[in-house]
Design a protein around this ligand. Structure first.
Ligand code: NDP
Length: 249
């Protein structure tokens, strides 16, 4: 994605691995100042900041649990203290705790909803006033194809990802008059640690169902996010951009 984000500040939750890491790299390559959050990968986060520094990107790593509202507020405040603006927020951090409903525990449910859905709420709430005051900003929330299609063994995850869609469309309606856009990217299956956990049979059946016959690379999801965050998408809000190789049409 050839977008110019020089002078802009992007905050990516869950930036140490997978799609989040691809997002950090993409925004850095496009010239943005980049802040990213993570939960536990401190060494990876420190190494990533060093790499970005060497490349000439101003970078900030922020440790904490996205499920905690005070943490989200502190992270947004840290970005504002450092750069004065928050132009792009990407709510990417997410987890799975898969299992048939029969065996799913209350903790499995709560952990996934708290991280994937409440996490996005927390960061949007923290960014709400600053972006309103700026009269500019763009938020991209990461959903999933299973938020639309459903998936046996993922009632918690699918609920969180479907929730992201209704949440984002509602927020888009609240913030539109302030020149703040809110959109969703819904990936299909992407080659990351999350999908590395899938067994060979599941992997095979996914490939059978994907017309493009492969998983996505993380940077292909980042491309879609950068498009929605770029000036080329200034008149797009409340949109769900499916990036799934044709898995669901
Ligand atoms: P990964 O498991 O590879 O990386 C997850 C990232 O989120 C890590 O940086 C991790 O930090 C961070 N994270 C997880 N939980 C928390 C938390 N509670 N607080 C703060 N940070 C947290 O995930 P993916 O790259 O595969 O997925 C990224 C997003 O894309 C998720 O929302 C996922 O649901 C969605 N998605 C992924 C698909 C896929 O096929 N991979 C398909 C569709 C959607 P740390 O390293 O410290 O643990």
């Amino acid at each position: 994605m050839q977008a110019d984000f020089r002078g802009s500040t992007a905050l990516v939750t869950g930036g140490t691995r997978g799609i989040g890491r691809a997002l950090v790299d993409a925004f850095a390559d496009a010239g943005a100042n980049v802040a990213f959050t993570y939960r536990s990968s401190s060494d990876t986060a420190a190494a990533l900041v060093d790499t970005l520094d060497e490349q000439g990107t101003e970078a900030l790593s922020l440790q904490g649990d996205v499920a905690d509202l005070e943490t989200a507020q502190a992270h947004v405040d840290a970005v504002l203290d450092r750069w004065g603006t928050l132009d792009v927020l990407v709510n990417n951090a997410g987890i799975t705790r898969d299992g048939l409903m029969l065996r799913m525990t209350e903790d499995d449910w709560d952990d996934v909803i708290d991280t994937n859905l409440k996490g996005a709420f927390n960061f949007c709430k923290a960014a709400y006033m600053p972006m309103m005051r700026q009269q500019s900003g763009t938020i991209v929330n990461i959903s999933s194809v299973v938020g639309t299609t459903g998936n046996a063994g993922q009632t918690n995850y699918a609920a969180s990802k479907a929730g992201i869609v209704g949440f984002s469309k509602s927020l888009a309606k609240e913030l539109g008059s302030r020149n703040v856009t809110v959109n969703v990217v819904a990936p299909g299956y992407v080659q990351t640690d999350m999908t590395d956990e899938l067994d060979a049979d599941t992997h095979e059946s996914i490939l059978d169902a994907v017309p493009l016959d492969r998983l996505a690379e993380p940077d292909e999801i980042a491309d879609a996010v950068l498009f929605l965050a770029s000036p080329a998408a200034d008149y797009i809000t409340g949109h769900v951009l499916h990036v799934n190789g044709g898995l669901s049409m």
